[in-house]
Design a protein around this ligand. Structure first.
Ligand code: FMN
Length: 207
């Protein structure tokens, strides 16, 4: 089943359990590409996508996610990592910013551009950098979930996990920390509830 973008918005729901059907590689690539193309503040792309697909890995991850069935039964879990090396001193940030400069830019001009891109992050501590990167990771998350539904693939965004344990399980080191998880597969059951949302006039205010 293939859905339009609009249908995907309507169809996607927080899927609580998946069937045994596996996601095909080209569909998975499509989903990951949607994540890669997500926008990010200053174009930092402060993320990495770790993909788990082995049954035993998904089950082990589920244990760190309060035994959520969707995580355990997923065809694939994408763990979105936030990266925090986003300051002027950091090689990664410098590399990202350099892409926005012409190749023969002089040192002073580069420093000027770098300072403007990292103005906010330079003043942040590690916790604030994580929160900043984590926000961007949720854009990739949303984009991947919508892309998945376009291909008829169900998902659940997972914020319910023991972060320190997931970081340890994935053997993460600076600059990476777990931001959020996307469980993917094919729905075992239809959604329990009709989509519940505020009315458009409750969320939109024209001025
Ligand atoms: C950041 C985030 C974290 C979430 N974490 C979980 C989770 O750990 N487990 C779960 O079953 N659903 C989780 N959800 C799904 C929400 O509960 C769900 O999207 C919301 O209730 C709206 O329902 P719908 O997505 O079916 O329309 C999460 C959603 C978001 C955006």
């Amino acid at each position: 089943m293939v859905f339009t973008f609009e249908e995907s918005l309507q169809q996607r729901f927080a899927c609580k359990a998946f069937t045994d059907k596996e996601i095909q590689k080209d569909d998975l690539d499509f989903i990951l590409e949607a994540g890669r193309l997500a926008p990010s503040s200053c174009g930092f792309e402060p993320w990495k996508f770790v993909v788990l697909s082995k049954k035993e890995d998904n089950e082990a991850l589920s244990k760190l996610c309060f035994n959520q069935e969707n995580v355990a039964t997923a065809s694939h879990n994408i763990i979105i990592l936030a990266r925090t090396d986003l300051q002027a001193k950091d090689e990664y940030a410098r590399k990202q910013v350099a892409r926005f400069c012409s190749p023969n830019v002089d040192k002073d001009k580069f420093q000027q551009v770098l300072n403007s891109y990292t103005g906010a992050t330079n003043a942040m501590n590690e916790e604030q950098l994580y929160a900043y990167a984590n926000n961007q990771c949720h854009l990739a998350l949303m984009q991947m979930a919508t892309a998945a539904m376009v291909k008829g693939i169900d998902s659940c965004m997972i914020g319910g996990f023991e972060k320190a344990k997931v970081d340890e399980y994935l053997r993460l080191n600076y600059p990476f920390q777990t931001a959020v998880i996307l469980s993917l597969g094919y729905r075992k059951n239809e959604p329990k509830y009709k989509k519940q949302r505020l009315k458009i006039e409750e969320v939109v205010e024209y001025r």
